[in-house]
Design a binder for this molecule. Structure first.
Ligand code: PEP
Ligand code: MN
Length: 338
């Protein structure tokens, strides 16, 4: 940690800061430059969460040198994590994972129809929400346990792994019985109670980036899950809120390179929520693969007009299949398989 002092800092203020940090068990090294004086701190920096140094007179900026997350960082683990979902599906290796399916589980027959087509096109994970985080309490909230049963049944019939969203720790035991991957949605990225409870399970987790979360905050949320014992976490970039109104969100492709540098965890791109417009989904998916993501999450519906949620951003199966053909070429170009 480096403390940059104000240009008008007094000797008395410097002395006070140094004494305070020494009391906290940190070693302070003062470096007096021509324009600025900085203090380098060495020692257990955790104490600074309780006593933030920004509040001391004379301090202009506190720059952390070590990342605040540890277990998710590349420093902690140099090689990429490979997460085993089932015997057949692994995430983080050469082969990209494609998770596809409707936004919401709507019926057994409907999910079966869609799953058949996504599987044929190359998807290996079936997605579908049973507990839906809707902006309006009057919108469809999901089928609940009945939906989870449908997801499990279709997953087994089609030999597809499954992923579904969990919103509340009270749904955890139930949801774990029915799915291979627990999805934490964007709105719950900082639901720390949920993250801690999920961390105590052994289920692989897909942690979506919060609507306005920085990459650091997102990695800190992943840290909660790892710190509680569950290392099987995949990160999912699903677009962030910006000033742009042409799209629902702005898909942050930069996140792939940043996450790959800072963390060993796999990163999945969700261009469906990232764009909010079906016609822009393939472009986002291609960009994600070219950037080096480890997989995609795509909303697919065979009758988007009648979809219970997110029809506007759902691909019809034919468009999904065509996109998969294009993605193969890009995957090959970046030495990956899909
Ligand atoms: C979803 O996957 O349908 C969903 C609600 O995603 P997000 O949390 O990214 O909005
Ligand atoms: Mn959706």
């Amino acid at each position: 940690m480096i403390i940059v002092l104000r240009s008008d800092v007094t000797e008395e203020q410097i002395k006070h800061i140094v004494e305070k940090t020494q009391q906290l068990g940190l070693k302070a090294n003062i470096s007096r430059g021509v324009e600025r004086t900085v203090i380098g701190l060495i020692g257990p920096e955790d104490v600074l969460r309780v006593t933030p140094l920004e509040i001391f007179s004379g301090v202009e900026q506190v720059i952390p040198v070590l990342a605040p997350y540890k277990l998710v960082s590349r420093e902690f683990q140099e090689e990429n994590s490979i997460i085993k979902i089932t015997n057949k599906v692994k995430v983080g290796g050469k082969k990209l994972v494609v998770m596809a399916g409707p936004c919401s589980i709507e019926s057994l027959k409907g999910l079966r129809r869609i799953a058949k087509k996504t599987k044929k096109a190359g998807a290996t994970v079936l997605r579908g929400g049973a507990f839906k985080p809707r902006t309006s309490p009057y919108d469809f909230q999901g089928m609940g346990e009945e939906g989870l049963k449908i997801l499990k049944q279709v997953g087994e019939e089609m030999d597809l792994a499954t992923v579904t969203e969990i919103m509340d720790p009270r749904q955890l035991e139930l949801t774990c019985q029915y799915t291979d991957i627990l999805q934490v949605g964007a709105r719950n990225m900082q639901n720390f109670t949920l993250l801690k409870e999920i961390g105590k399970t052994k289920k692989p987790v897909l942690l979506k980036r919060g609507i306005s979360a920085t990459i650091k905050e997102w990695l800190m949320s992943a840290e909660y899950i790892l710190a509680n014992g569950n290392f099987d976490v995949m990160l999912c970039e699903r677009g962030i809120r910006t000033f742009e109104t042409e799209t629902r969100n702005t898909l942050d492709i930069n996140a792939v390179a940043v996450v790959k540098e800072k963390s060993h965890l796999p990163i999945i791109i969700d261009p469906s929520h990232g764009t909010g417009v079906w016609n822009y989904v393939a472009g986002g998916a291609k960009a994600g693969v070219a950037a080096g993501c480890d997989g995609l999450m795509i909303e697919v519906h065979d009758n988007p007009e009648e979809a219970f949620s997110d029809g506007q951003q759902s691909l019809v199966p034919e468009k999904f299949s065509k996109m998969m053909v294009d993605l193969k070429k890009i995957a090959t170009a970046v030495s990956r398989d899909i």
